[in-house]
Design a protein around this ligand. Sequence first.
Ligand code: TPP
Ligand code: MG
Length: 349
Amino acid sequence: MQFEDKLGYLADPRQLTEALDLKNASTDALVAFYRDMVLIRRTEETIAELYTAKETKTPVHLGIGQEAVAVGVSAHLNSGDRVYSGHRGHSHYLALHAPLTAILAEVMGRATGASRGMGGSMHLFAPESGFHGSVPIVGATIPIAVGAGLACKMDGKGQVAVCYFGDGACEEGVLHESLNFARVMDLPVLFVCENNLYSSHLDIHLRQPSNSVARFAEAHRIESRVIDGNDVVAVSEAAADLIEGARNGGGPGFVEAVTFRWLGHVGPNADIDVGVRRSPEELKQWKERDPVRRLTDALKEARGVDQSRFAEIDAEIETEIADALEAARGSDFPAGNVLIDYVYAGGRS
Ligand SMILES: Cc1ncc(C[n+]2csc(CCOP(=O)(O)OP(=O)(O)O)c2C)c(N)n1
Ligand SMILES: [Mg+2]
């Protein structure tokens, strides 16, 4: 079989390493993107440290290197919109400014966690921030987001549902059923695929006849954008267009954001020893496409933002994380007798 390299330069980490083209985005909005991306990265680095120190009570799937996707999409969401995610969902939760203490407490198994300390990293929940849940079953939240899209349409208030998933989820039948239903019913759903070219340890070229997944959207007549997922401006532009269309009755949209995770499938190691083709060279090249560094380079060069502004934000984030960590560590573990209280809606009785 001939493998189709449809992504070309988007999947070649030696390309797109230069400063971003900031287009006409405002400097304030771009600095806010920087802040959100650094908050996500530093929180995930903190979670990695907690994991290594055996302070976590859960496996952790880290998305360091992929921060631009969630930040670019979330910039266009309003209160009342509903976001769903999967096993690698920290960035999707944090980009909505969902509570920092609750995510740290959750991975540490504490009662103040986002799922009361009983779910772990892959069961985050913060509906007051628009995050309606993540679950580890690959593809499982996609139809739930479509159901939320149906509810948004029935409510008629111009709200949208967003579902984040990986390239691996395109190998689940439910994605295709969901795309079809969303199209046929013209539902306001944004499907966001973080195509990091790997599912667990398996390179996409060993799993698919093509490295681009937007063809599945095309098959269902859903408008799609295939973009550099490490370019927060490109993500923001694509999301803005498709979300606006969905709010105005145009039906679903699909973003294929091409990106790469710097760490391994699960845990804080790099997985360069277990992967097929995931070599130290490839990883080093992908780090050259760092979404944070490309944004700061552009803000310095094109907008004259001083390094001291970034340093100030970094310091604020360090304090924010330290405070959240202290609060999480100070929280109790859930009492053993509450274990089945939340299995069924309405509680035990
Ligand atoms: C239905 C199902 N099959 C298999 C798994 C095991 N599994 C967990 S994550 C994962 C890989 C998913 O890859 P992708 O969707 O590309 O997301 P990424 O990890 O790259 O972010 C697999 C196979 C699972 N959790 N659920
Ligand atoms: Mg993947």
